[in-house]
Write a protein that binds this ligand. Structure first.
Ligand SMILES: C[S@@+](CC[C@H](N)C(=O)[O-])C[C@H]1O[C@@H](n2cnc3c(N)ncnc32)[C@H](O)[C@@H]1O
Length: 266
């Protein structure tokens, strides 16, 4: 069986569900308090996936903002459209590849957001230049992503299980450095905010579900550790053995997500 290297909607939704079930803090509350979206705003969410942020803003503004969600995964866009119809919301979900020019006129949006997505952009100057271009003067950009200290326990368990070096993750390794610097060069004002969420797993199984759904997100980066399905399953087995050892020792497994939010003004 071939391993699918693309982020699947199932894996993304599994991770979102695990954060909701086992997390101590709610990233949605943090995002809403920080951004305070208002009725009448024109909002673009880049790399919207299944529409999580779009629906958050739609709820917060009671359906009174104009919201566009863009992603290059047709599978995730379909999920987002289905939920949109089910909720009776009017979010416009459309194809957008953030490595290509955005199909919007200059000065269209009051707010451009991107959660756990845009840091994979191949040319940061180009992509954040596009975000800047489509914003109105004084418009805001919000980009969230993992900070380097994010889910340290997850990497420590994998390190102990494999004795191997963890491949650098572009999300966390680029977020505070290149990405923050690029945005602050292009935008008039840039701030870094921080959100911490302790995920407490009451047993090993949901942690392993998280590991599977998480390795698949960055699967291309993890290939140095396995080749094909059998080696992948062997790796998961080793990770599970170490997780059990830690669980027996501590009575729980706690993983802390440390998320950065870059908020910039044009
Ligand atoms: C981890 S998911 C986050 C999705 C969503 N923002 C959320 O918070 O649930 C990353 C998203 O980035 C999208 N993505 C990756 N590369 C992209 C590109 N070049 N253009 C547009 N979207 C992209 C993926 O399809 C996926 O939906």
């Amino acid at each position: 069986m071939e391993i699918n290297y693309q982020e699947t909607s199932k894996d993304l939704l599994t991770r979102i569900d695990i954060h909701e079930k086992y997390g101590s803090a709610n990233i949605d509350v943090w995002t809403n308090e920080l951004l305070q979206t208002k009725p009448g705003m024109n909002i673009l969410d880049v790399g919207c996936g299944a529409g999580k942020l779009c629906f958050l803003f739609d709820d917060y503004t009671k359906g009174a903002a104009k919201i566009t969600g863009g992603d290059f995964s047709e599978e995730l866009l379909e999920k987002a459209r289905a939920k949109n119809a089910q909720r009776g919301s009017k979010v416009d979900f459309q194809f957008l590849d953030f490595n290509k020019p955005f199909a919007f006129a200059d000065g269209t949006f009051d707010l451009c957001t991107s959660a756990f997505a845009i840091y994979y952009a191949s040319d940061l100057d180009f992509t954040f230049g596009e975000a800047h271009r489509v914003l109105v003067p004084g418009g805001r950009l919000f980009v969230s992503g993992p900070l380097p200290e994010n889910k340290q326990m997850f990497y420590d368990i994998i390190k102990e299980a494999t004795n191997a070096t963890i491949p650098p993750m572009p999300g966390s390794s680029r977020f505070k450095g290149d990405i923050f610097n690029t945005i602050s060069r292009i935008f008039a004002k840039t701030e870094l905010h921080k959100f911490e969420n302790h995920l407490t797993f009451p047993e090993v199984a949901p942690f392993i579900d998280y590991v599977r759904a998480s390795l698949s997100e960055d699967r291309k980066l993890w290939t140095s550790m396995f080749n094909g399905k059998d080696e992948y399953e062997a790796l998961i087995g080793k990770i599970e053995a170490v997780a059990k050892k830690w669980f027996d020792r501590d009575g729980k497994l706690v993983m802390t997500k440390v998320v950065g939010g870059i908020l910039a003004t044009k």
